[in-house]
Design a protein around this ligand. Sequence first.
Ligand SMILES: Cc1cc2nc3c(=O)[nH]c(=O)nc-3n(C[C@H](O)[C@H](O)[C@H](O)COP(=O)(O)OP(=O)(O)OC[C@H]3O[C@@H](n4cnc5c(N)ncnc54)[C@H](O)[C@@H]3O)c2cc1C
Length: 261
Amino acid sequence: MNIKEYIRPSSLDEAYESLTKKEGAVVIGGGGYLRLGAKDIEVAVDISNIHLSFVNERKDLIEIGAMTTLREVEVNSAIKQSFNGILCEAVKPILGVQMRNIFTIGGSVYGRYGFSDVITALLALDTYVELYKGGRMTIEDFLNKKDNEKDILTKIVILKNRKGSFQSIRSTSTDFAMLNAAVSKHENNFKIAVGARPGIAKLSNKAMEYLNAAELNEENAVKAGEIAADSLEFGSNTRGSAKYRKEVCKALVKRGVLEVI
Ligand SMILES: Cc1cc2nc3c(=O)[nH]c(=O)nc-3n(C[C@H](O)[C@H](O)[C@H](O)COP(=O)(O)OP(=O)(O)OC[C@H]3O[C@@H](n4cnc5c(N)ncnc54)[C@H](O)[C@@H]3O)c2cc1C
């Protein structure tokens, strides 16, 4: 990776100004994914000097700064004790500790990677994404956003109301997930997200509606898995065929629902 100009601003104002005014400027989070290719980067805006690495626990929510590493997400006691530990479970299988010490939650969300375990878990929680210019929005709206306007993700805000379960299946440990799923519950309201389809994680609204009105038992957990598998689209790649992913979806959603109830 060749970087022509490297900037390390000390304020968000300065970072945003460089990002939007300089042609070809990109934000560097952990730089873990960016450096995979032999890219030429015109201007690298390194945001590691802006104090965006933090975890703040409030009464009803947890705020995670964009530069917080996935390792910190994994071991932070407030995050571990919230949502049934779903976020810790989601990041644990990602490569090794050394890489999780580099990857950031901001880069993981902003990258909108189809294989992401992080996005699947966050989508099943009541999660908000805060952008410097674009302000606060639900993670679902962020993922569906069509404009390509440059912005800086500053933090993730998660309400502490839900209990969750994260499930994934991998051919070998540390590989990308062949499929992942996250289920959460708050009172009688379920959220079911399925990712690595291999497209980006999506909620199965049909399975959620079914479960919200159903008696909570194993039979209905199985049914929710079947509805999720029928209502979402799956594709094929080297990690699995669409047909296989659809079958695995039934099992992962069922397991998630059973764990949560
Ligand atoms: C070999 C490998 C295996 C992986 N396996 C998995 C896996 O199994 N599961 C999984 O969930 N993830 C996996 N990942 C992804 C990883 O967890 C991170 O999501 C990824 O590296 C991006 O995080 P980063 O901090 O390195 O971001 P970077 O590489 O720095 O940036 C990624 C993108 O986001 C932009 N960006 C970064 N931070 C911000 C910000 N704050 N605001 C605006 N834009 C920003 C960058 O400009 C770039 O476009 C893997 C990555 C690699 C390299």
